[in-house]
Design a protein around this ligand. Structure first.
Ligand code: GRF
Length: 211
């Protein structure tokens, strides 16, 4: 059984996709042991509650400084002790001590085809605003392992999505979620649960036939 902790900040549609795949039986050897939010008001917390998944909030607002917030986040993950940490729309930075403690065991879903439209300032709608401003014809989503950089770790899965001429950032975000994020994040978790992923020379390799 792969025990995962899912870290969230917002509506939790990516969390919901994982919950739904597990419920449908297409992720038989995966269990969400805890949902951790850095935002007390995150809709993702209601989704966790409806699914009967334990959750906790570790919000910077509740700590005197970032150091104490980072320590609390590290302590929470130490306590939950997941096999894999999944960042699903999580907007706070992961402290270096957590990245070291969970080296090679943290994945993130980013709503673009990395290395395009990623890095500092590219999160949420800003990603899609950048895509529309540049006028690219294809965008998509990426699941990557998290290292100490911003969106710089080994890429595991990507899925392309067409950009339509009259897209707004909101319309494009929804299409990228529906046609890419909600598909490749559960898929990536399944590959890891099956032991089919290896990181070699900074690249994530998928063992066995195809994805
Ligand atoms: C969205 O911008 C999504 O593209 C990105 O995180 C944000 C919130 O997603 N991955 P969610 O609905 O909370 O999963």
């Amino acid at each position: 059984m792969l025990n995962i902790a899912v870290l969230v900040s917002g509506g939790g549609t990516n969390l919901q996709a994982i919950i739904d795949r597990i419920r449908e039986g297409s992720l038989p050897d995966v269990k969400i042991t805890c949902v951790i939010s850095n935002n007390h008001g995150a809709g993702a917390l209601e989704r966790a509650e409806r699914a009967g998944i334990p959750s906790r909030v570790v919000s910077a607002r509740d700590f005197a400084d970032r150091e104490l917030f980072h320590r609390a986040l590290a302590d929470a993950l130490d306590e939950v002790a997941p096999d894999l940490v999944v960042l699903a729309g999580f907007l706070a930075t992961i402290p270096p001590e957590v990245i070291r403690a969970f080296s090679g065991r943290i994945i993130n879903i980013h709503p673009s085809l990395i290395p395009s439209f990623c890095g500092k300032g590219y999160y949420g709608l800003h990603v899609h605003e950048g895509v529309l401003k540049r006028g690219v014809r294809v965008t998509g989503a990426t699941v990557h392992f998290v290292d100490e950089g911003v969106d710089t770790g080994p890429i595991l899965l990507q899925k392309a999505v067409e950009v339509q001429q009259d897209d707004t950032p909101e319309i494009l975000q929804k299409r990228v979620m529906e046609q890419a994020e909600w598909i490749i994040l559960p898929k990536a978790i399944g590959l890891i649960a099956q032991g089919r992923v290896q990181i070699r020379d900074g690249r994530a390799l998928i063992l066995g036939n195809g994805e």
